[in-house]
Design a protein around this ligand. Sequence first.
Ligand SMILES: Cc1cc2nc3c(=O)[nH]c(=O)nc-3n(C[C@H](O)[C@H](O)[C@H](O)COP(=O)(O)OP(=O)(O)OC[C@H]3O[C@@H](n4cnc5c(N)ncnc54)[C@H](O)[C@@H]3O)c2cc1C
Length: 637
Amino acid sequence: MQLNAHIPGGPLAQKWDRHRFELKLVNPANKRKFDIIVVGTGLAGGSAAASLAELGYNVKSFCIQDTPRRAHSIAAQGGINAAKNYQNEGDSIWRLFYDTVKGGDFRAREANVYRLAQISNEIIDQCVAQGVPFARDYGGLLANRSFGGAQVSRTFYARGQTGQQLLLGAYSALMRQVTEGRVIMFPRREMLDIVLIDGQARGIIVRNLVTGETERHAADAVVLCTGGYGNVFFLSTNAMASNVTAAYRAHKKGALFANPCFTQIHPTCIPVHGTYQSKLTLMSESLRNDGRVWVPLKPGDTRRPEEIPEEERDYYLENKYPSFGNLVPRDVASRNAKEQCDRDKGVGDTHLAVYLDFKDAIQRDGRDVIEKKYGNLFQMYHKITAENPYETPMMIYPAVHYTMGGLWVDYNLMSTVPGLFVLGEANFSDHGANRLGASALMQGLADGYFVIPYTIGGYLAGTPLKPVTTDHYEFKNADLAITEMTRKLLAVDGSRTVDDFHRELGTIMWDYCGMARDNEGLTKAKGMIRELREEFWRNVTVPGKDMDFNQSLERAGRVADFLEFAELMILDGLDRQESCGGHFNEAYQTDENEALRDDENFCHVSAWEYREAGEEPVMHKEPLVFENVELTQRSYK
Ligand SMILES: Cc1cc2nc3c(=O)[nH]c(=O)nc-3n(C[C@H](O)[C@H](O)[C@H](O)COP(=O)(O)OP(=O)(O)OC[C@H]3O[C@@H](n4cnc5c(N)ncnc54)[C@H](O)[C@@H]3O)c2cc1C
């Protein structure tokens, strides 16, 4: 298979304009003749469904939750990037583009990232027009703060609730279209398969999560906006319902999966407390604007933080990276935290934590100022840990947070299945091997508000599409296969719960495919995952019935997919014999323990093709060509 990213020709800065001009258009009066399915109502799906309906298409919108407002995007805290340069700090579209390519350790497509940087400014205007209450400075302009991997302040925010406010904006736009009759909303539905007719994506099969019935929905194109797969690690900062099912089942139907091993481990999360936990909590990266990260200078020091004098503290990020200090990118900050803990300098009961200290910031700016910026985050920390971060440093440790890998898409955001588009965290997108903070919201909204409205038109206008109905045998076959899988899951009747399997899978992935990896560990993990998967189908217990509200059954299906997908992550990790961004193979590091890329052999996207059960997937390479930035060893010193 030859992968064609369909990157338009011409100078970088003109590619998107040129492409929009060259794309075929659907006449306004003809748009109502097309039906589009949008799966997912987070920032990517909500914005896409609203924008497509506003254009005049008939949209069906699906989500797992009881309302679009509860999509995982609502959890996003810190902010959204844009190159407005309101602060006069020298920011520009070019700088945002460059920071993003470098932050991703040169494993993203230049053309996509440049477009993202261009669109970033339009997103802010759109959201302000919707009434999103971004923070403002004393003169009334929108305020900005800094995020990792950038030396300018370009992050727009609404306290620590930016995702919530942006999602309310997209939700309002979506509900306007529901009222207009252009969007039909299907909450409490889980997409369990995609239906291909003549090789084109023409519909989906969903399970009604309240009644248990399967439903068939036909359309002219399908847009997947189903989020990331971080929950393969069981413990992550993702919402409990985040999963890989929609993307993985599309993969099984022919959509290539790109860079599955690229996982982001976020440095500032509340450390794990015990084995009873099912969720980890993020402390936003924005906190590193004012909080200082440190550990005791002496290994094995068990004194309380206030008992450790200044000269016996190691502000290791500030010391090692004087230019970026506490705001180095996430992969760098996470690895350094791990390194300190490996040297027995970790703090707290488990010794798997470092301090994030606001004492100096409170002394400098006053408690009121810090409270205005981060009040809700401090309150959350206090509630979870029973420690008051205004008085004692927070304790933080890295946790799984985001997945850069996802379904492969071309410049039009179309997967290798014609008519199947993939947006937001679900695609492999623009972040290379490491995403910079505040860039996921930017990408999700760029995809939904500004890219798909053009590119889907190009597809619909330029593709012959036969009329299809849900009586087509491909719909019947897919529906039957889902019913059969449900029957199989309920019939096992074993003795281990779904969560028990999921937790064990998560431990394997964290231990062998987490912050640091090596070939021996990855190979071992592959065998362990296979054994666990085999046991799952022999010994899982799924109580309840199919034709009913049954959350054990929902989770069983998702964990069954995670058990297959995890092996693909391992294969991808084993194949990529270099370190880059979030993929840190210990065999490949610089003298200063930074990731050591191999541009000669691995400057490509690894896109995996599914083969029938039992056969190894096949990897296809999309070479990455850098014409505008020079590939260098990343340095944040
Ligand atoms: C705690 C936290 C804080 C974050 N803070 C920031 C931040 O400050 N800035 C930033 O840029 N990024 C942040 N991120 C990352 C960012 O929130 C996500 O990457 C982004 O919101 C993903 O949006 P999305 O629309 O792609 O998917 P999601 O918001 O994950 O939405 C997925 C949607 O798909 C639906 N869905 C999934 N599977 C199915 C299925 N099989 N059938 C039907 N529906 C399905 C879900 O119901 C949901 O509606 C944060 C992430 C976390 C975890």
